[in-house]
Ligand binder design. Structure first.
Ligand SMILES: Nc1ncnc2c1ncn2[C@@H]1O[C@H](COP(=O)(O)OP(=O)(O)OP(=O)(O)O)[C@@H](O)[C@H]1O
Ligand SMILES: [Mg+2]
Length: 255
């Protein structure tokens, strides 16, 4: 795996809020095609790191490179267009729109089309078909006409993933895709994340607190603690790392 070229490089990245160093000299490289997790205690700076990579926040120092080009400081829409998709810890879907409309708006946006009239949007046959395929990918095809806001929480999280995929990203960042899901929803979602990663040949980085999920599907794990990179490695390396056990995992045997 070490021979794969990096798709994303984060170099000496720093961000502070007030006096608090939320991202403290963070450096790592994500290899193309990797399925990896970012873990760490609440407040470790995981979501902030995604915000810095996707342009929602501008770093105080350091660099972010996507396919070898600097992207730090670019507008979030530019970064998304270059191929970085993202689903949020708190979903970003339009609650008043149907599931299909949420995905369709994103597919049309990718093609540079705005949609003032949903009726007109729904007449774009090819885009509607593509949106339906994306919905089936996240097991929501039978919910296409349901108002997003009335979907169960787990369905809303998966809809947000479909919206992220609508931009045809090569790199996908998922912020706690399993948060708030029942154990049944979790196992469905883990499987579909793995399948989407494989079928679309994505590079996929997810933040997650569920260690069964993290250690079950990740090829590589990065651990953030108090804004800094505490460790990175394979699941078996991370589960045996003393610093990680002390700061986050506890003594419970993970494997
Ligand atoms: N916009 C902001 N202004 C001020 N402080 C912020 C802001 N965003 C995040 N923080 C602080 O930065 C720290 C890191 O937050 P962040 O959301 O990145 O953590 P996290 O690792 O994603 O945590 P969790 O696992 O709970 O989601 C926290 O102390 C948080 O309160
Ligand atoms: Mg977070």
């Amino acid at each position: 795996m070490e021979t794969r070229s990096p798709i994303l490089e984060v170099r000496r990245l720093a961000k502070a809020f007030g006096g608090l160093k939320v991202t403290n000299d963070v450096t790592f490289a994500v290899r193309k095609g990797e399925l990896s997790a970012i873990i760490g205690p609440n407040g470790a700076g995981k979501t902030t790191l995604f915000n810095l990579v996707t342009g929602k926040l501008v770093p105080d120092a350091g660099e972010v490179l996507y396919k070898g080009e600097r992207i730090d400081g670019l507008h979030p829409a530019d970064i998304a267009r270059r191929g970085i998709g993202r689903a949020f810890q708190i979903t970003s879907i339009f609650k008043e729109r149907t599931a299909l409309e949420n995905v369709l708006v994103a597919v049309l946006a990718r093609e540079g089309r705005t949609t003032r009239l949903m009726r007109r949007a729904l007449s774009h046959g090819r885009e509607v078909r593509e949106s339906m395929e994306l919905l089936s990918m996240v097991a929501l095809a039978d919910r296409a006409d349901t108002r997003a806001g009335s979907l169960p929480h787990g369905d809303q999280k998966r809809l947000d993933i479909a919206v992220a995929l609508a931009l045809n990203p090569e790199l996908v960042l998922l912020d706690e895709p399993m948060a708030g899901m029942s154990p049944e929803e979790r196992s469905v979602t883990v499987e579909l994340i793995r399948r989407i990663w494989k079928e679309r040949s994505l590079t996929l980085v997810f933040i997650e607190h569920d260690m069964d999920v993290v250690f079950g599907i990740s090829e590589w794990i990065r651990v953030l603690n108090q804004g800094a990179m505490l460790a990175e490695g394979t699941p078996s390396e991370i589960s045996r790392n003393r610093d990680v056990i002390t700061a986050y995992l506890g003594e419970e045997i993970v494997e």
